[in-house]
Design a protein around this ligand. Sequence first.
Ligand SMILES: NC(=O)C1=CN([C@@H]2O[C@H](COP(=O)(O)OP(=O)(O)OC[C@H]3O[C@@H](n4cnc5c(N)ncnc54)[C@H](O)[C@@H]3O)[C@@H](O)[C@H]2O)[C@@H](O)CC1
Ligand SMILES: [K+]
Length: 219
Amino acid sequence: MNDLHRKEVVTCEEMKALETAADKAGLSYYQMMENAGFEAFSTILKHHPQTENALVFCGKGNNGGDGFVVARKLYEAGIQTQVVLVEGEPQADDAKANYQLIQANVQILTADVAIDMQESDLIVDAIYGTGFHGQLRSPADEMITSINHSKAYVAALDIPSGLSGDMEPDEEPGACVKADLTITFHARKPVHCSKTAAKFLGKVVTADIGIGEIINERR
Ligand SMILES: NC(=O)C1=CN([C@@H]2O[C@H](COP(=O)(O)OP(=O)(O)OC[C@H]3O[C@@H](n4cnc5c(N)ncnc54)[C@H](O)[C@@H]3O)[C@@H](O)[C@H]2O)[C@@H](O)CC1
Ligand SMILES: [K+]
């Protein structure tokens, strides 16, 4: 593992290796998701404390799982919260577990119903993170166009959906979420250092999810 956990910028593959190492050292994937969701929630409310109505767009992978954790924290903080399942029910195990935890309290919408974004003052983008490659497909592309037309404050979890985490510095981005705030986990990915992507990232905050500490402890 060398000093990979100390690097300020890691590729998506290196991030996966760090998560595997942290899991082996005793920080479960489930706990990393909880930490990522809690840190994102706290960072969002620090930057947008006036939030009253939130809409959380979740994909089917672990980025969506982080979104379910954020939705639970927002609801627990007394904020009116709705979740949109962009690609149907979650497929990743920890995302499924976190989806179960919000069922009783958070209204769940699906991509086939008309979504009114007028009332929302916060949109959380948890559609895709480091697992995304290539171009957006339907219905995510239509959802993202609507997100970009809304007046809400937009916070992206890990990466604004549609951008590849390993983007080359001079690569032109395709269609993607335009965020006001991006909260990335553990370390920046190459996309967070790209000049061409900068206008879609907004302010970038790196959140500690416990990986560095657990790897240091077990050395
Ligand atoms: N334990 C973990 O693995 C952790 C993961 N975390 C979160 O999980 C994210 C990575 O999760 P995943 O690897 O599940 O992937 P994502 O949730 O980023 O993506 C979901 C799925 O989208 C699919 N996909 C890729 N390109 C696509 C395209 N063009 N159109 C449609 N679908 C496409 C992929 O098959 C992928 O499985 C991170 O960015 C981070 O937010 C965090 O919770 C921290 C811990
Ligand atoms: K995202």
